[in-house]
Write a protein that binds this ligand. Structure first.
Ligand code: MN
Length: 255
């Protein structure tokens, strides 16, 4: 009798859109680990964070076998994939490979990271993968990021993840010196807002300040990337600042 071997079902998504090179190469790299289904936004949806579409319908077009383009956010994609499009609950969700790192404070803006978080909320193990490359770079080499994404994914499939935990993997440009387990760091932004004028003479603003650097804390994600290492941070959704609970309990807010 032939013993049936278990083939993991892996769902791939991103926030750069289904046509981005990062997701195409990631999906190809993960095919050695199991069946891969891509459910991703039909256009770039970077920096939408954990947004979910509630006030208009969301459509999913199957553009080829195992590939669905969704006119929604990364969080919509994870919901649609897990609850509608996939034949069963996936064993792993991999989000990326994002063009640009998602480190420190950036992760709360990131659609790439939010997609992995959404999967975690549905009890599906998940990892977000980002490459520390400039948005202006035209010829991006995803090969090392693919190989780390594949290795980390394999470990998740083998060992699972702790409860309420998902992973944030960032890869430096060039050949990584290795991988470090890190904590979420702290960016320094200039918070500058550009005021410009459009061709019709009306003012407009351009948001998104420059990153001036980061606070070098021990074991932080920014430090690992700056030193040429891949960075793997275990994240959870609990944003509570436990140290502050005691301080707030002395406030006289009761009537
Ligand atoms: Mn992106």
């Amino acid at each position: 009798m032939i013993k049936e071997t278990f083939v993991p079902l892996i769902m791939v998504t991103n926030d750069d859109g289904i046509l981005s090179h990062g997701i195409q190469q990631l999906a190809a790299a993960l095919m050695s680990l199991g069946d891969v289904v891509v459910v991703a936004p039909d256009r770039e949806r970077s920096a939408v964070g954990h947004a979910m579409t509630l006030n208009h319908p969301v459509r999913a077009d199957q553009i080829s076998a195992g590939r669905f383009a969704v006119d929604g956010t990364p969080t919509d994609c994870v919901n649609l994939g897990i609850h509608g499009l996939l034949s069963r609950k996936p064993d792993l969700v991999v989000s990326g490979i994002n063009r640009g790192s998602n480190l420190a404070d950036d992760i709360t803006y990131s659609g790439t990271v939010a997609a992995a978080m959404e999967a975690m909320l549905m009890q599906v193990p998940a990892v977000a993968v980002s490459l520390d490359v400039s948005h202006l770079c035209v010829d991006v080499d995803y090969s090392h990021a693919c190989s780390y994404a594949q290795r980390v994914s394999r470990q998740i499939l083998l060992h699972g993840l702790p409860a309420d935990t998902f992973l944030n993997l960032n890869i430096p440009v060039g050949i990584p010196r290795g991988l470090k387990i890190t904590r979420q760091g702290k960016r320094i932004y200039d918070n500058k807002i550009e005021l410009k004028q459009d061709p019709r003479g009306r003012d407009y603003y351009w948001l998104g300040g420059n990153q001036l650097g980061f606070n070098r804390q021990q074991d932080c994600d920014c430090g690992a990337i700056a030193d040429g290492f891949a960075s793997l941070t275990p994240l959870h959704l609990d944003l509570t600042n436990y140290h502050s609970m005691k301080q707030l309990s002395s406030w006289e807010c009761d009537v």
